[in-house]
Design a protein around this ligand. Structure first.
Ligand SMILES: CC(C)(COP(=O)(O)OP(=O)(O)OC[C@H]1O[C@@H](n2cnc3c(N)ncnc32)[C@H](O)[C@@H]1OP(=O)(O)O)[C@@H](O)C(=O)NCCC(=O)NCCS
Length: 142
C-alpha cells in the first residue's frame, strides 16, 4: 500500500472508481480538474499499482479545512485504507478544524468520522440532489 499525491494524470483512472463509489452523485473530470487547479490537497492510495482509493482536503484558511471526498474501492474496504486516507488529510489539516458533509444514511462513513472525534453540527436539506438525501455536517475541532 502506498499513498501518494493525486495528480492530473490520475483523473482518468479515478473516474470509474468515482462512478462505483458515488453513482449519480459522481464528480466529472472537470470537477476533479477544478479541485486540483485550486491546489486542494488530494491523495490516492495504491495497491499492486492500482488506485484503490482517494481523498481530498480543501484548506480554507489558518482555522478551517473541509474533507472534499474520501472513497475506497469496494473490494479493498475494511482493511484500514479509509483510516489511512483520513489520517493523511488530518495530518495536512494540522491545527485547523476539519468539517465535512456526509449523507445522513451513510453509517459506515459516519462511524469512521466519529472514531476521529468528528461530531454532528448541522444538516443540509436535500444536499444530494439525485436522491434528495440530506447531508449531515460533521466537525472535528482543532
Ligand atoms: C467510508 C469508506 C471510505 C471507509 O473505507 P474503508 O477502507 O472500508 O475504512 P476502514 O477499513 O479504514 O474502516 C475504518 C472504520 O470505518 C468504520 N466502517 C467502515 N466500513 C464500515 C461498515 N460497512 N459498517 C460499519 N462501520 C464501518 C468502522 O468504524 C471502521 O473501523 P473498524 O474496521 O476498526 O471497525 C468506504 O466505506 C467507502 O469508500 N464508502 C463509499 C464512499 C463514501 O461513502 N465515502 C464517504 C463520503 S462522505
Amino acid at each position: 500500500m502506498a499513498i501518494e499525491r493525486f495528480r492530473w494524470w490520475h483523473i482518468a483512472e479515478v473516474l470509474p472508481l468515482e462512478e462505483e463509489l458515488f453513482g449519480p452523485d459522481k464528480w466529472s473530470a472537470t470537477m476533479f480538474w477544478n479541485e486540483l487547479a485550486q491546489r486542494h490537497f488530494y491523495v490516492v492510495v495504491r495497491e499492486d499499482d492500482e488506485i484503490v482509493g482517494y481523498a481530498g482536503l480543501a484548506v480554507v484558511d489558518e482555522q478551517e479545512s473541509w474533507v472534499q471526498t474520501i472513497g475506497v474501492k469496494r473490494e479493498a474496504r475494511r482493511r484500514g485504507l479509509g483510516r489511512e486516507l483520513l489520517e493523511t488529510l488530518l495530518e495536512r489539516a494540522g491545527k485547523r478544524k476539519v468539517l465535512l458533509e456526509v449523507a445522513v444514511d451513510n453509517h459506515p462513513a459516519q462511524k469512521l468520522y466519529a472514531s476521529y472525534d468528528f461530531e454532528p453540527v448541522g444538516i443540509r436539506r436535500g444536499y444530494y440532489q439525485s436522491s434528495n438525501t440530506d447531508a449531515l455536517v460533521m466537525m472535528r475541532d482543532a
